[in-house]
Design a binder for this molecule. Structure first.
Ligand code: HEM
Length: 380
């Protein structure tokens, strides 16, 4: 026989039949170590589920509740998340590669060969790094394509689109600089060809339009040893300085800039009211109780958000059914009578203004309570 036991943080533990003796799992859940780290359980109520997220230094970057459509893989394709995962994989495997690689023309090629043939799991780590890097380029493009198809580049998300374009360029730059590091024939000649494009940059590349005129003016741009390609290569052709330059860019500068821009990217998603929705939902957010369209996020994000999250839609077993019902409610509220809708929007706006007047001296966030950002603001 087994029965349910309540432990201090309200986690329910199934006690196995041990003749009154606590089993190991239960002892662990009751221990001070466990209860001091995990102070809230996610199963019992919404508040604890939210606390589980905000009290964790990593998880708190994520909103405690997200729109239903945001966890529908059919809407986002999960491409942004997959791109992030691939970035993390390249960063971790890249650090491992750094233990075995020296960025000088004397050692680089041999280090790479040794890594492939002598280091245990060396080839595996290197290939993981390569495959994750190639996949990241593909996924970031698919992510951009999805954002374009769902029109998510439109206000208020236009700034995040611009951040995204920078992330795309950084992803390609990471790929390009990494290409040189094996220091084999393919690498050297590919970078020679690729960097030759820099010759043709207007004003700044010595073979580009207006370069001679620009050179006369500022003393830079019109000569092979004083143009943008020279700065990129650290010389007039690919050589040892290029290898060092690309190594530093690839392992330090570009990853740091990318990580910072990713933080801005995710922060913007939350400030813009979470992931965009189908037009119907976007349009109706102002007149619908936004919390009804949201589901709790629980810990163990990837697993629960996409698998358990579907099941957690309150009172709904079937996720698709829940979405359909949402749309039905929204339709009833709006499309039947346009005038009715306009009326409702007017009323909501009026209430907002009144609410704003009443709470003028109170916490600024309260004024936004009727908007889509409710959850994001409250948990910051
Ligand atoms: C390293 C590259 C990138 C990473 C890791 C990344 C990550 C993410 C993630 C996780 C999301 C949440 C929604 C989703 O998963 O689709 C997102 C949303 C978004 N991303 Fe990216 N992204 C990257 C590059 C880009 C690029 C290249 C663009 C466009 C030029 C872009 C524009 C946007 C926009 C506008 C949103 C909001 C979409 C919405 O609200 O529906 N991102 N990004």
């Amino acid at each position: 026989m087994s029965d349910i036991i309540k432990v201090p943080n309200k986690r329910q533990v199934v006690k196995s039949d041990g003749g009154g003796k606590k089993d190991l799992v239960q002892q662990f859940y009751e221990s001070q170590i466990y209860t001091s780290i995990f102070r809230h359980d996610y199963k019992d109520n919404k508040r604890n589920r939210a606390l589980q997220i905000v009290n964790n230094v990593f998880l708190h970057l994520h909103p405690t509740r997200v729109s239903r459509h945001a966890i529908d893989v059919g809407y986002t394709w999960g491409m942004g998340g997959i791109t992030l995962l691939l970035f993390i994989v390249t960063a971790v495997t890249g650090i491992l590669l750094m233990f075995y690689y020296r960025p000088t023309s004397e050692y680089a090629y041999n280090d790479m060969k040794q890594l492939m043939h002598d280091v245990p799991f060396g080839a595996f780590i290197r290939n993981m790094h390569r495959w994750a890097a190639h996949s990241m380029v593909i996924c970031v493009m698919l992510h951009m394509y999805r954002v374009f198809l769902t029109g998510s580049y439109k206000p208020p998300r236009e700034f995040n689109w611009v951040i995204g374009v920078n992330l795309l360029v950084l992803t390609l730059a990471l790929s390009f600089t990494g290409y040189l590091l094996p220091w084999d024939q393919l690498a050297i000649w590919a970078i020679t060809v690729g960097s030759n494009m820099a010759r043709a940059v207007p004003f700044l590349g010595h073979a580009g339009p207006f370069a001679p005129e620009f050179h006369q003016l500022v003393g830079f741009g019109g000569a092979p040893d004083a143009d943008v390609r020279f700065i990129l290569l650290g010389g007039t052709e690919v050589g040892a300085p290029t290898l060092l330059r690309f190594y530093v860019l690839h392992t330090v500068f570009l990853p740091i800039v990318t990580a910072v821009l990713l933080a801005v990217h995710f922060w913007r998603i939350r400030k813009d009211g979470g992931i965009s929705g189908p037009p119907m939902i976007e349009f109706n957010k102002a007149v619908t109780d936004a919390s009804k369209l949201k589901v709790s996020v629980v810990d163990h994000l990837p697993k629960y958000e996409y698998v358990q999250g579907f099941k957690q839609v309150e009172g709904e077993q079937n996720f698709k059914e829940a979405i359909r019902k949402d749309l039905e409610i929204l339709k009833q509220k709006s499309s039947s009578k346009l005038a009715n809708l306009i009326n409702t929007i007017d009323q909501a706006a009026e209430q907002n203004i009144k609410g704003g007047e009443n709470t003028e001296n109170k916490d600024n966030h309260q004024n936004h309570n009727n908007t889509t950002n409710t959850d994001e603001h409250q948990h910051h």
